[in-house]
Design a protein around this ligand. Structure first.
Ligand code: CO
Length: 137
């Protein structure tokens, strides 16, 4: 069911410093920051040849990553995102396997304008998992 690794997300306390670290120290290809008010985050993507790194910073009140940053002041790995071809079929399969989809269990629109859901970390080895629907080209 799961396909490519779409991205690994890292929450960072200083987005400009993290973007510079990935650009200068690691020599990566880094995008401009994008605010996603609906998701309560600002993102910078690092484009790698085979996947992406998503640098995340809280945006506004009640950001879902603020608590993570409070618990991990120097930042840390937040989630991994796998691609699926049909997110509704994936949700139905996961629920039949007893896995929990976070929120109302319905897809929302994620950082790439595509439908996403998040899965309960306790059901996946302590790792928050994002699924993103990416149609086969
Ligand atoms: Co993500």
């Amino acid at each position: 069911m799961i396909g490519k690794l779409n991205h690994v997300a890292i929450v960072v306390p200083d987005l400009a410093a993290a973007a510079m670290l990935y650009k200068t120290t690691l020599g990566g290809q880094v995008t401009e920051p994008v605010d996603l008010p609906d998701q309560g985050v600002t993102t910078v993507f690092v484009e790698l040849p085979n996947t992406k790194i998503e640098l995340l910073h809280p945006l506004g009140e009640g950001s879902p990553v603020q608590k993570f940053l409070d618990n991990n002041p120097s930042g840390g790995m937040h989630h991994v995102c796998y691609e699926v071809e049909d997110i509704h079929a994936a949700i139905a399969h996961l629920e039949s396997e007893g896995a929990r989809v976070l929120g109302d269990g319905k897809p929302s629109i994620g950082a790439h304008g595509l439908p996403v859901v998040f899965l309960h970390p306790k059901d996946f080895c302590g790792t928050l998992v994002e699924l993103e629907e990416v149609k086969a080209a």
